[in-house]
Design a protein around this ligand. Structure first.
Ligand SMILES: Nc1ncnc2c1ncn2[C@@H]1O[C@H](COP(=O)(O)OP(=O)(O)O)[C@@H](O)[C@H]1O
Ligand SMILES: Nc1ccn([C@H]2C[C@H](O)[C@@H](COP(=O)(O)OP(=O)(O)O)O2)c(=O)n1
Length: 230
């Protein structure tokens, strides 16, 4: 595309929801199946948080965070088969998943200057995706891409989400994981700027009793119905 605009057939899918509802796994699989690009916006907020931690920024001080929000260069690779994330050329795919980053990402992502910077990156990547993109996060349907062709809001019980996460963290204490998830959801849902929320026109899918394969199939069907103009 000469001007980087999406083709007529391109489709933008926004997938939002709290932690552990299956956003990343579902979004990657749906994008791969339908030949779309994929963007993990949580990874971008984790990346800027990693940079702040690495540079000794006082994360108790929103003004200090805002002052440097424009500094790191964050680049996301959007191939669903091999998504990547770099900060100033450093591959941070591993470091952004540490407990330290996870515990600090809500404070950093609540700062309006951080959100406007990252939102701009997200919109630019989405508009440049030739066949369209599956974008997952917390505020994609409400704020980042309010005109998305399809909006999905994934939910699951705190118990199911904690069990999934502690499974990933190789036997981490399920009660501690559940408490940490609930605390992060509360912070993400109550911040002033662009909180975690379901868009009015989003389709809600409760994944508690569904397998990952069932969730993927459900979302693929919804995208295909949209494309068919139903
Ligand atoms: N419906 C499901 N049933 C069981 N496990 C699931 C389901 N969806 C996702 N998972 C698993 O739960 C974990 C968290 O999923 P993930 O996609 O990272 O969620 P999120 O991006 O919403 O935090 C992963 O290990 C994933 O394989
Ligand atoms: N669109 C987004 C995506 C993530 N965030 C913030 C809030 C989340 O707690 C963190 C991390 O998101 P991420 O999707 O990586 O979280 P999980 O891996 O699902 O637990 O980033 C956000 O504020 N807005």
């Amino acid at each position: 595309m000469e001007n980087g605009a999406p083709t007529a057939k391109s489709v933008i899918v926004a997938i939002d929801g709290p932690s552990g509802t299956g956003k990343s796994s579902t979004s990657k699989a749906v994008a791969a199946q339908l030949g779309l690009s994929y963007l993990d916006t949580g990874a971008q907020y984790r990346a800027i948080t990693w940079w702040m931690v690495s540079n000794g920024i006082d994360l108790e001080d929103p003004t200090a965070i805002a002052a440097v929000a424009g500094k790191p260069e964050i680049i996301s690779g959007t191939d669903p088969a091999a998504p990547t994330i770099t900060v100033d050329g450093i591959d941070v795919a591993g470091p952004i998943r540490t407990q330290e980053v996870t515990s600090k990402v809500s404070a950093v992502s609540a700062v309006p200057e951080v959100r406007s910077r990252i939102t701009e990156l997200q919109r630019s990547l989405a508009s440049g995706a030739e066949y369209g993109m599956v974008v997952e996060g917390r505020d994609i349907g409400t704020t980042v891409l309010p005109d998305a062709d399809l909006k999905i809001f994934l939910t699951a019980s705190p118990e199911a989400r904690a069990a999934r996460r502690s499974g990933e963290l190789k036997g981490a204490d399920i009660h501690a994981t559940r408490e940490a998830l609930i605390k992060r959801d509360a912070a993400d849902s109550s911040r002033k700027t662009s909180p975690l929320a379901k868009a009015g026109d989003a389709v809600e899918v409760d994944t508690t009793e569904l397998t990952l394969a069932q969730v993927i199939e459900c979302v693929v069907t919804l995208v295909e119905e949209k494309r068919a103009g139903k």
